[in-house]
Design a protein around this ligand. Sequence first.
Ligand code: SF4
Ligand SMILES: [Zn+2]
Length: 142
Amino acid sequence: MLSVRLDAPPDWMTRGACLGVEPDLFYPDKSDSGNAAKRICRACPVVSDCLAYALRIDTAHGIWGGLGARERQQINARQVRAKRADHEEPPHGTAAGYQFHQRHRTPTCPECRAAQSTYVTERRIASRQPTLHRRAGKAPTT
Ligand code: SF4
Ligand SMILES: [Zn+2]
């Protein structure tokens, strides 16, 4: 676990709604949902700073930014997965491969260009199809 330098607290910490509130409220035991603390967080003017900070230091203790440790771990895990997905190169010759070229500003290969072109064409054709499931009882207009 990372240690927190208490000698130099970030500015937002001095504006938290939890200032002066019993700290134990923010470190509930297992039988406590922590909802009392989360209610205070919901009205806190620095809730997003607090959550970002807790996610960054990855603390496994306490309610920060309105979320408990497990909820924050889930966010961090999602972010890790999203980052990984963004860096994993999909196969060439796919629309995903084309998007990857675009995102990473690499020259598109002919296979990915062809796949993207097919994808766009299919989307165009699909968008011209009459919508058969608009509102029940209404016939398609085209
Ligand atoms: S979000 Fe919650 S824990 Fe964070 S500063 Fe505000 S009241 Fe305190
Ligand atoms: Zn490619």
